[in-house]
Design a protein around this ligand. Sequence first.
Ligand code: ATP
Ligand code: MG
Length: 271
Amino acid sequence: KVNRGDFIKALDEVKPAFGVSEEELTNCIRGGIIQYSPQVNWMLDEGQQLVKLVRESAPLVSVCLHGPPGSGKTALAAQIAIDSGFPFIKLVSNKDTLEMSELQKISYLNRIFMDAHKSTTSVVVIDDIEEFCEWTPVGPRFSNPILKTLAALLRKSPPPGRSLLIIATATDRGVLQQLDFWRHFNNNIHVANVRTYQELEVIMKDSKVFGQGDIGRATAEIKSTTGNNEVGVGIKHVLQALEIAKLNNDRVESFAATLSRSIAERGDSYH
Ligand code: ATP
Ligand code: MG
């Protein structure tokens, strides 16, 4: 005999198809969110403004977080999504679609947006949108059907009474402009590298990897090695350098060496 309890339980069991995949999101913020510059809070606030807009009036809002590799785009997108508290949050990531054909990816996207449209308020995060369109600078090549699907989904209003925030991340806004895709976003937020040595020191302090005095020693060494007055490296790379330093006896030496290399590589890519 099926009773009400079974029915409620069955409803619970369907839940994973909708709802929030909390773990997936928190995985993106494993390094936390460090307030290393006023910009960080500003970006999160900007995100919450858009969340508020969706909650209160706008049926469809989109924003592209764009910035250099490792600048923290995915983490910020995930944080904005979590902070929304919306009942439906979905992260669309390349990692989940590696094995899919073009057609499968398209139906996967359509399904996610269909689910999102069923919830009163939803957030869909499309991580690394260029990569999702299978963009490669060689050729250059990309999947036009996926691009067209994404464009349509970015413009498709949810049914009456429902609202949706779409957050995309992208590394190269120029690519999206070239693909004539950029115009589909109503908003964009530029995510910047760690710029000054002062910002770098905030991150170093936060990590607790260094003892008193070592922070100054490390930054002095980086400055003299690179001859550069700006850091210009993404926070992801800074955190990685800190992790490597932790494994070394001479943490100052290790950190300075890794970071100097990152700064030099950045310099190379400009030429
Ligand atoms: P990629 O270009 O490789 O996609 P990304 O720009 O998406 O990189 P993330 O993958 O988000 O960068 O990596 C940023 C890492 O730094 C995360 O582990 C995050 O927890 C951590 N982090 C710490 N503070 C911040 C911050 N203020 N903003 C963003 N990320 C931060
Ligand atoms: Mg990312």
